[in-house]
Write a protein that binds this ligand. Structure first.
Ligand SMILES: [Zn+2]
Length: 419
């Protein structure tokens, strides 16, 4: 197998897809159910078909390409990632993993390889959750963990629900349950992704073998105070939503620091209403994103934040609501699959290390119930979710070869690799 050829093919695909952005010249902006996802989906379907795969788009916008194995009744090996992006993101996050899956299919075709079970290349819709504040939408639909009610509930900043966006895009949200794969039909899930952090690049390590993905809880908090005149309302007669929010928010970072062990907590979104210089704020909406490899730690921080909210709103008679947007528990990835990849790196002479992933991925949702591994390739200077995101194409090619070795050695029964 020719590293150069793989590099060229991956490069050509990624450079083509890069054009499908709503912000040309300012990075990749590919929001779910947008014109850009449509163009990307059509291109993916084409390259999957060219790779000899049986291609289908499901009723939520996930795309699957299947290479039939010897025994089609066995649980499949699925390789994939997502094809949406954040606002002004990079050209590799997610999509590089999808293209790597397509390239694996091309290699299987070139080598005329027959796997014992089906090989499935997967491209998931809306992993980032940027538009609707959710996350892992496509993979959760595949796992049967998303409901029509949730599709109606979650809305974007223009108040368009997932449900309406899907309809507008030409999908049928009423058929959501059909996107769920039967239990036991996916034997293994494998995801190649850019690291999105600085470790591999700084160490000049070629391959990251991800042994754990942190859990996440994400909330939208709304503080409801009262709007009053900023000049005439005495300080002790206010229900100032900004004052309350600021007091709570200022403690969140320290809660994560106190827990340590890589725990992070972020308030990345705030909206003040009415947002005027001379008006006491009536309402503040803000997001909370808590991540740790220890679920207890996440629960503890969420609890502390609730306590602070109770206390701070209680002082003035203001109120608050807290809407859970995402709850996902940390997941340990499959040790047997990691061992196979490590051995492959050794044989091929690629430097590698085991590492946790601080970012959530489709593998986080899928790995909760299915034997899963992730492989990271270096991100230059650790930059990601920005236009500066960069990984040399050859780095993907090396990762793809390691995955090729892995899928060749996987036994189709899920029991073959111990959890
Ligand atoms: Zn991603």
């Amino acid at each position: 197998m020719d590293l150069k050829l793989i590099t060229q093919r991956v490069q050509s695909d990624l450079q083509y897809i890069k054009e499908f952005t709503a912000t040309p010249g300012s990075g990749c902006t590919r929001m779910p159910f947008s014109q850009e996802t449509r163009y990307t989906a059509e291109y993916l379907k084409k390259v999957m078909a060219d790779a000899g795969l049986e291609v289908r788009e499901d009723c939520v916008g996930n795309i699957f390409g299947v290479r039939p194995g010897k025994d089609r009744s066995l649980p499949c090996i699925m390789v994939g990632s997502h094809y949406d992006s954040v606002y002004n993101g990079g050209d590799y996050d997610g999509i590089a993993g999808v293209i790597s899956a397509v390239e694996l299919a091309r290699l299987l075709r070139d080598e005329d390889a027959e796997l014992p079970c089906d090989f499935v290349a997967a491209a998931f819709m809306d992993e980032e959750g940027c538009r609707f504040g959710t996350g892992y939408f496509g993979s959760k639909c595949m796992l049967g963990q998303m409901t029509i009610e949730e599709c109606r509930h979650y809305t974007d900043k223009d108040d368009i629900s997932v449900y309406d966006a899907m309809k507008e895009y030409g999908l049928e949200p009423e058929r959501l349950s059909e996107a769920a794969w039967p239990e036991g039909s996916i034997g293994h899930y494998i995801e190649l992704h850019i690291e999105q952090g600085p470790v591999l690049d700084a160490e000049q390590t070629e391959i990251g073998l991800v042994d754990c993905i942190v859990g996440i809880q994400r909330y939208l908090v709304t503080i409801c105070g009262r709007s009053d005149h900023a000049g005439t309302t005495p300080m002790d007669m206010r229900q100032d939503a900004v004052d309350i929010a600021a007091k709570v928010i200022s403690k969140i970072g320290d809660m994560a620091r106190e827990e340590g062990k890589g725990t992070v907590a972020t308030v990345g979104y705030m909206k003040v209403t009415p947002s005027a210089m001379n008006v006491v704020a009536e309402k503040v909406d803000f997001s909370i994103d808590i991540r740790s490899s220890d679920n207890e730690v996440i629960n503890r921080i969420a609890e502390k934040i609730r306590k602070e909210l109770d206390e701070e709103t209680g002082k003035t008679g203001a109120s608050y609501s807290i809407d859970s947007k995402l709850t996902i528990t940390p997941v340990n990835l499959n040790p047997g699959m990691l061992d196979i990849m490590e051995e492959s790196c050794r044989k091929r002479g690629y430097s590698c290390r085991r590492m946790p992933s601080g970012a959530g991925h489709d593998a986080l949702a899928i790995g909760q119930t299915i034997d899963t591994v992730m492989l990271f390739v270096p991100s230059k200077d650790g930059r990601s979710h920005c236009p500066a995101e960069y990984t040399p194409y050859e780095a993907f090619a090396k990762g793809i070869l390691v995955l090729y070795d892995l899928i060749g050695q996987l036994q189709p029964q899920t029991g073959s690799c111990e959890k």
